[in-house]
Ligand binder design. Structure first.
Ligand code: GDP
Ligand code: MG
Length: 175
């Protein structure tokens, strides 16, 4: 139905965070319920779309993966432009990726101010023996930056749906 289709609100979600934290894997898990142990080369298109329902309201999410732009920070502001939400991911087994979060948040705030939902994601929580960043540390950072926080495993799928539901709820409350 074209009329109903046009009425579905669209939201741009950008996925940020250092290389190898699991950005592409989280998107693949959410879109296709699959996981691959290899580095996920980003598909050669700008974004993937999925409609989800919050209550009885459909919302169209456009998921913008970072295709190696992580390494070229000058490209990031352009990419963040027009985003409704920023999903900033770190790897709970890698402290450096957690420290990088501050800079990613700064990039988002510089571009979007407060007109954006930000969620920090601690990914790879299935690797319990190798974990170096605690949930408490991550929650503290989220509190300091006034963002949401979610722990995920793109590998097992743990909390991946919850992540997207949480973002969608925050977006629908925003509007
Ligand atoms: P990106 O560079 O941020 O897009 O990271 P990728 O999605 O390519 O993932 C980098 C590597 O981490 C790959 O080898 C993935 O299989 C692995 N990986 C991603 N998410 C998880 C996870 O939740 N648990 C585990 N154990 N490995 C993961
Ligand atoms: Mg990737």
């Amino acid at each position: 139905d074209m009329i109903l289709g046009n009425a579905v609100p669209k939201f741009k979600l950008v996925f940020l965070g250092d290389v190898y934290v699991g950005k592409t894997s989280i998107i693949n898990q959410f879109m296709y319920e699959t996981f691959d142990n290899n580095y996920q080369t980003t598909i050669g298109i700008d974004f993937l779309s999925k409609t989800i329902n919050i209550g009885d309201r459909p919302m169209r999410l456009q998921l913008w993966d970072t295709a190696g732009q992580e390494r070229f920070r000058s490209l990031i502001p352009n990419y963040i432009r027009d985003s409704s939400a920023a999903v900033i991911i770190f790897d709970v087994t890698n402290k450096q990726t957690f420290d990088s979060i501050d800079k990613w948040i700064e990039d988002v705030r510089n571009e979007r101010g407060n007109n954006v939902v930000i969620v920090i994601v601690g990914n790879k929580v299935d690797k319990t023996d190798e974990r170096v960043v605690t949930k408490e540390e991550a929650e503290d950072k989220a509190k300091n930056f006034s963002t949401l926080y979610q722990e995920t495993s793109a590998k097992t799928g743990q909390n991946v749906k919850e992540l997207f539901n949480g973002i969608s709820k925050a977006l629908s409350e925003d509007k």
